[in-house]
Design a protein around this ligand. Structure first.
Ligand SMILES: [Cu+2]
Length: 279
């Protein structure tokens, strides 16, 4: 029975469990839901009771009532108290949703050091200022993720991946969300924080995953005919595994770039048929 109640509630409440900000959003939602449930049951119960108790009887004349000041003041003040209560709870919880927390002691250690920290006026950083910053680029119809570690000063040569983001566990990950074409929406429900990717604008979010695993999401703004295929996953792995993956990715991309450079030089030195005919 209790399992039925929990799973029914889980169906009606936001997904959570992946990151602390998602948990805070979930608990805020549940507080509001429980208060609303109590009021719903009380109001509908009173309505049902009145319908039954004062149902029409032959010859009966209903009491002729005009207003009830005490009742009216009561439900106005009651609603105001609920509103103020919810506002206070929301603002008390808001900072733990918006502001990133520090990485855990067993998180990735190199994060935020050796050039992995990017400063920004708008981006919120954890209290100790260290986070793994990943750029999330939305484009029709795929998500690209650019990780820190550019080999060239202009930011080129940074490791990247498509569709699946790989992150270390227990590490605060801050996201810099942008778009190359139209408005997309970044959302991994279990990790909280849905944010739009808007061309020409930067949006910031964060998460900290405690359990290794795959967290699924999907572009949440209709962005064109390929929108349905624009899925996103976050794969959380232990920090050591993440460092190894990042190094491998960097090496593979570097190698592919070097090969492309050779190919380009080769093509540039060849004289094509078109060039012969149209000098
Ligand atoms: Cu999209």
């Amino acid at each position: 029975m209790s399992h039925l109640v929990t799973s029914t509630l889980a169906f009606f409440t936001p997904q959570s469990g992946g990151s602390s900000n998602a948990d805070q959003i979930d608990s805020l939602y549940k507080i509001t839901l429980y208060i609303a449930l109590v009021i719903f049951v009380a109001v509908e119960g009173a309505l049902g009771y009145a319908l039954w108790k004062f149902r029409a009887r032959k010859g009966a004349v209903p009491a002729q009532i005009r207003g009830n000041t005490r009742l009216e003041v009561g439900w106005t003040v009651g609603a105001a108290v609920v509103l103020v209560g919810l506002a206070v709870i929301t603002f008390a919880k808001l900072s733990s949703i918006q502001n990133p927390s520090n990485s855990g002691p067993n998180g990735a250690q190199s994060v935020g050091e050796s050039g992995l920290l990017y400063a920004s006026a708008d981006r919120k950083l954890p209290p100790n200022g260290k986070s793994l910053n990943i750029q999330v680029i939305g484009r029709q119809y795929i998500w690209q993720y650019v990780y820190p570690g550019a080999s060239e000063p202009d930011g080129l040569g940074a490791p990247y991946s498509y569709e699946q983001m790989v992150v270390p566990t227990n590490t605060t990950v801050t996201l810099d969300i942008v778009s190359e074409d139209v408005v997309h929406s970044w959302w991994i429900p279990e990790l909280g924080g849905k944010f739009q990717a808007v061309p020409g604008y930067h949006n910031y979010s964060w998460f900290k995953v405690s359990k290794p695993g795959i967290y699924r999401g999907q572009c949440a703004a209709l962005c064109g005919r390929g929108h349905a295929r624009m899925i996103a996953t976050v794969k959380a792995v232990p920090p050591a595994q993440f460092e190894a993956w990042l190094a491998y990715q960097k090496q593979e991309i570097g190698q592919a770039n070097a090969e492309a450079k050779v190919e380009r030089a080769k093509l540039g030195s060849q004289t094509g048929a078109g060039q012969v005919e149209n000098p």
